[in-house]
Ligand binder design. Structure first.
Ligand code: IYT
Ligand code: CU
Ligand code: CU
Length: 262
């Protein structure tokens, strides 16, 4: 793709046998072939891949709001797309990426909150993974969120904390299709806010400690926020990997510890 473009996505719903798809943006893909076997989750990009889109069976596809696009192309931080497809059998599927050379007034981006140190004790009914960071950047408007854990995650919730008040950005069971869901529209973020997420896990049914890692025997705790911001600033990717303090999380709303039964 040349120059600087903005884009939107249209997954074609003929994919009865596709389980999920993730679209990544990156500098250097792992392979220069038009398709390859990614051998599990990690075979996408040489550098840090940034998730741009997630499609899961039976979930509504994300629509970018009007006037919002991801910044892509040769002169952006994401000159390549890698589409990862998790499928049973694929006979006919198509994905359409809509690109426009038109500068959009707003640029989309992803904020990822992830836990790195969580240990889930075997048999213990509840373990929370708490993540929090101070937000020190230009204003963003969250419009979609996605949660990701493996089997032990019961509920994942994300919040903005402003003047001590917790406002929900989104809350979902990671056992439902891990697509992007609409975020609470009234919760924007600005310099000085705190951004926080909690994953609630159970250690029931395990006989050994479970740690963060890449296999299905490991766990992950991710809360992704898809946002838009003024194109003047256009920050495509931010993340938070800090463990939230006990003191701060004393005030998290009770819903964050209430499992969503699926
Ligand atoms: C250790 C962990 O939590 N990994 C997550 C989040 C993650 C995604 C990307 C970490 C890094 C990345 O470059 I992209 I470093 C993780 O692997 N999440 C999976 C996918 O691989 C994206 C997921 O479905 O959210
Ligand atoms: Cu899948
Ligand atoms: Cu994972």
């Amino acid at each position: 793709m040349s120059g600087e473009n903005r884009m939107d996505f249209i997954p074609h719903a003929t994919m009865d046998t596709v389980h999920h798809m993730l679209l990544f943006g990156c500098q250097t893909p792992i392979s220069t072939n038009s398709y390859w076997d990614c051998g599990g989750a990690q075979g996408t990009c040489e550098d840090e891949p940034s998730i741009m889109y997630a499609w899961a069976r039976n979930a509504q596809p994300t629509k970018l709001p009007k006037d919002v696009g991801f910044k892509v192309g040769k002169n952006s931080e994401m000159p390549y797309f890698v589409l990862q497809i998790h499928y049973g059998d694929f006979s006919a599927f198509r994905v359409v990426l809509l690109c426009t050379p038109q500068r959009q007034p707003f640029t989309a981006g992803i904020y990822l909150l992830m836990s790195v140190g969580t240990v889930i004790l075997p048999g213990k009914r509840v373990t929370n993974a708490d993540i929090a960071c101070d937000y020190r950047s230009y204003p963003i408007h969250p419009f979609a969120f996605r949660t990701h854990t493996h089997q032990l995650g019961k509920v994942v919730s994300g919040y903005r904390i402003r003047d001590g008040k917790w406002s929900l950005i989104g809350r979902q069971s990671p056992q439902l299709p891990q697509a992007f869901y609409p975020a609470n529209k009234d919760v924007d973020m600005k310099y000085g806010d705190t951004i926080a997420a909690r994953c609630m896990f159970t250690g029931e049914g395990r006989t050994t400690k479970t740690r963060i890692g890449a296999t299905s025997a490991d766990e992950m705790c991710n809360f992704y926020i898809m946002y838009y911001m003024d194109s003047k600033h256009a920050i495509p990717y931010m993340n938070c990997m800090e463990t939230g303090s006990k003191e701060l999380f004393q005030h998290i709303p009770a819903e964050a510890s209430v499992p969503i039964i699926v």
